[in-house]
Design a protein around this ligand. Structure first.
Ligand code: OAD
Length: 254
């Protein structure tokens, strides 16, 4: 049986924590691909998460993302987010790379989080791409599926779009460069709560492994692993991550 030694975690020079929707699941934020509860099992991504969808029905798309933003505003970081921020205080260097568009890592205390898929909290103009200069309503009574007219750009009067990466769009160039550099530099990468199905983000753990880093997956589902420097820890992120930090001599088994 292969075992992931906790000592490996604490002796790492540079830890990369690569997260997906599963890390926020226990804060009440739905994932995308989990059966029944995942957003993409209930909503059509082509109608909501593409530039074409926004052109066709901007109010439908804006309303959907505002509903999601309201869920994030009402949520709090969970024990997994907090453990990641704590781990950063215990190792020489830690970089958080997230595919999530929420701000729960930041609210847990993580710094300089790399957002590969943008943010619900950074809307910008669909026409001129400038960041939105106005403020968004707090949305006290969100309704799923409610259309909402997007605000207008203060500069060009274009429609404001959510600051997230849609299907068919490129990742933010600087975030991608920084993520690749961290993946190539780290000696340990924790891949937490991601299905690893969306490219190019899914390359990040592979890049780290190709450079010799140990890769540890934390997921409700077992991951298939190769070699003696890849591990799969099966369970809830909010349970496993605090356990890793407080684990002392404990060993986690594949
Ligand atoms: P997915 O919904 O594809 O995958 C979530 C993963 O988290 C699954 O593998 C679950 O088994 C796991 N999971 C669920 N709850 C968990 C828990 N409590 N603890 C640990 N693991 C848990 O979400 P992502 O991989 O993040 O893109 O999806 C990647 C991208 O696809 C998203 O960033 C989004 C989406 O389309 C954009 O918005 C551009």
């Amino acid at each position: 049986m292969i075992e992931f030694q906790l000592q490996t975690l604490l002796e790492a020079r540079h830890v990369v924590v690569f997260t997906g929707a599963g890390v926020s699941a226990e804060s009440g934020i739905p994932t995308f691909r989990d059966a029944l509860t995942g957003l993409w099992s209930r909503f059509d991504p082509a109608a909501l998460a593409t530039p074409e969808a926004f052109r066709k029905d901007p109010a439908l798309v804006w309303g959907w993302y505002e509903w999601r933003r309201s869920k994030v505003l009402a949520a709090s970081p969970n024990a997994a987010h907090l453990a990641i921020a704590e781990l950063a205080r215990r190792v020489p260097k830690l970089t958080v790379i997230t595919q999530n568009v929420d701000d729960l890592h930041e609210r847990a205390g993580s710094r300089d989080v790399i957002h590969l898929h943008g943010s619900l909290h950074a809307p910008r103009c669909f026409a001129c791409t400038r960041p939105y200069a106005g403020s968004l309503d707090p949305l006290n009574e969100p309704e799923e599926g409610r259309s909402l007219e997007p605000p207008r750009c203060h500069r060009c009067n274009g429609k404001i779009r959510p600051g997230v990466v849609w299907f068919g769009e490129s990742l933010p160039a600087q975030a991608w460069r920084e993520a690749m550099a961290a993946a190539e530099d780290c000696d340990l990468l924790l891949s937490i709560g991601t299905s690893g199905l969306v490219q190019p983000a899914a390359q990040i753990p592979r890049m780290a492994r190709a450079r010799g880093a140990t890769v540890v997956h934390v997921n409700l589902q077992p991951e298939s692993v190769e070699g003696d420097n890849e591990f799969s820890l099966v369970g809830r992120a909010a349970e496993i991550l605090p356990g890793l930090l407080g684990g002392g001599e404990k060993k986690y088994c594949e």
